[in-house]
Design a protein around this ligand. Structure first.
Ligand code: HEM
Length: 365
């Protein structure tokens, strides 16, 4: 048992710093019968307590012998300070930036006009994998953002009790939906990795900003252009990192990802602390999880913008799985040429009446 309220002998029985905690530590277990600290002084013990030295406690959880952990205060200040503040600003910033971009550039249109003919872009498995990843990510994002910002934004609106109920439900959802996200991530990785290896067209695409800034510019691209490859790798690597840190939060004190990572990084000549305590591991995992997740939220807001209102014809790729031929020619010209060469284009009249009506027949060759 640990008793903070009763200093002196009772405390000493509960928490006894290890023998090497101080140079003046007495004989192991106390050298003088009837005095639990033996030859060591109260001051030595309290200094060790203040320094977070893991004391010897009689209960099985030895970590409970750490009574003061200053890193906890650092973690709290960082988490509730810069992470929350700058993270919140960045989320608002990307929304404002996209709104501004939309006002200036408008929707990226299919400049040749819709062909009224569609070709297959993503099959059922690809779309299932995308939406599994997407829907689970959105649930994780909203429930996670609530944990970080809910007390400032939601609680004043709905009251403490309703906020507590929603946050508790959100916590369970977050913990379980995480597994669906990880499954989606694996599927997306396996299905699309071959199309996301950088190639020689990517630099040209980046040089021309994908044609997003000026009309009439359509840099060539295979199935995925450089911008999409960036999204893919950020989702895969960011998703992996957020998953690993999430696992260490879900199963507390069982992992040592940071110690192991720092150990590996130190091989490159760095001097990072590689002997972290289990509590420090948890604190780093928590901050890292929040920062990487916020970064992914920002990336995905931009992705959702371009997949919906930002670009005409883009949503169909993940909706019906079929895209307008002229859209495909403008955004993925090499991919279309490759399909044509293989005789795998599979063109069909657009089912959407509006698309078919507004189509420019000459454009679909
Ligand atoms: C919920 C709103 C979302 C919409 C409307 C949406 C829409 C789309 C569309 C239309 C594409 C295909 C683009 C093409 O034809 O090349 C796509 C691709 C992709 N999506 Fe989403 N998506 C959403 C959410 C997400 C989320 C939450 C993730 C991951 C966390 C994600 C990850 C991806 C990836 C990795 C690709 C392939 C690379 C790329 O095209 O950027 N999407 N999405």
């Amino acid at each position: 048992m640990i008793c903070l309220a009763a200093p002196g002998a009772a405390m000493a029985q509960a928490v006894v710093p290890p023998d090497d905690a101080s140079p003046s530590a007495g004989p192991p277990g106390g050298g003088v019968p009837t005095e639990s600290l033996g030859a060591s002084s109260d001051a030595d013990m309290w200094r060790a307590v203040r320094q977070g030295v893991e004391g010897q406690v009689s209960i099985p959880d030895k970590q409970a012998g750490v009574l003061i952990q200053s890193d906890g205060e650092v973690w709290r200040v960082v988490r509730n300070g810069p992470v929350t503040f700058y993270g919140g600003m960045a989320v608002i910033g990307i929304v404002l930036l996209l709104a501004l971009f939309f006002l200036i550039r408008g929707r990226v249109r299919v400049e040749a006009g819709l062909a009224g003919v569609t070709i297959s872009r993503f099959n059922g498995l690809e779309r299932f994998s995308h939406w599994l990843t997407a829907v689970s990510f959105l649930i994780l994002a909203f429930t996670g953002l609530n944990v970080m910002f809910g007390r400032y934004l939601l609680k004043p609106l709905i009251g403490a009790q309703a906020f507590a109920d929603i946050t508790l439900a959100g916590k369970f959802l977050h913990n379980y939906v995480a597994f669906a996200f990880m499954a989606g991530l694996v599927l997306v990785l396996v299905l699309w990795i071959k199309d996301n290896i950088p190639n020689r067209y990517d630099l040209v695409w980046i040089g021309k900003a994908g044609g997003m800034l000026s009309r009439g510019t359509h840099p060539p691209a295979k199935k995925f252009n450089a911008g999409q490859k960036v999204i893919f790798w950020l989702v895969v690597l960011g998703g992996l990192s957020v998953s690993l840190s999430g696992i260490s939060l879900l199963f507390p004190f069982q992992t040592a990802f940071f110690s192991k990572t720092f150990e590996a990084v130190n091989l490159l000549g760095f001097d990072l602390p590689a002997n972290l305590t289990a509590m420090q591991e948890m604190q780093l995992s928590q901050v890292w999880h929040g920062v990487v997740a916020l970064f992914l939220v920002i990336v995905i807001i931009a992705h959702i913008y371009i997949g919906t209102i930002g670009m005409e014809g883009a949503f169909d790729a993940m909706g019906s799985g079929r895209v307008d031929l002229n859209w495909a020619r403008e955004h993925h010209s090499i991919w279309v040429e490759e399909l044509e060469r293989k005789g795998a284009l599979d063109p069909r009249p657009a089912e959407d009446a509006e698309t078919a009506e507004t189509a420019k027949p000459q454009a679909a060759s």
